[in-house]
Design a protein. Sequence first.
Length: 150
Amino acid sequence: MTIQTTTHLNFRGDARQALEFYRSVFGGHLVINTYADFGMPADVPGADKVVFGLVASEGGFRVMGYDIPGQTGGAIAGGGSTRRENNTTLTDQALFVSVGSDTLEELQGYWKALSLDATAVEPLAASAWSAGFGMLTDRFGVTWSFSVTP
């Protein structure tokens, strides 16, 4: 038996833009279905928003997203923030998306692309537990944790 988990992010109107951005970073294919695609009349506000979205790459990256009906204002549901203070990571966010790779070089490419308009929480660099570790919060409010996994 095989099991696969996929992070599902709930957005406040930015799901399409976020998923398109994640595809540009990680590659793969993009599936977007709107509320209108599933029967909501096109003239109803929000019919063009994402009810099902998926980015999946052959390398194993998968993330899903959707827009909460009637919500606008960007950022993922749950909000919160993550920051470094006194050499400690402090957060009140419900989740991070973790990206692992065998090599620092591969992570650096994803890090650089995802860093566009992002806030670095902890720079991608060698750490006590990994040849490379870093955290950033992207322009959609999603915090990503990167690490080289042996």
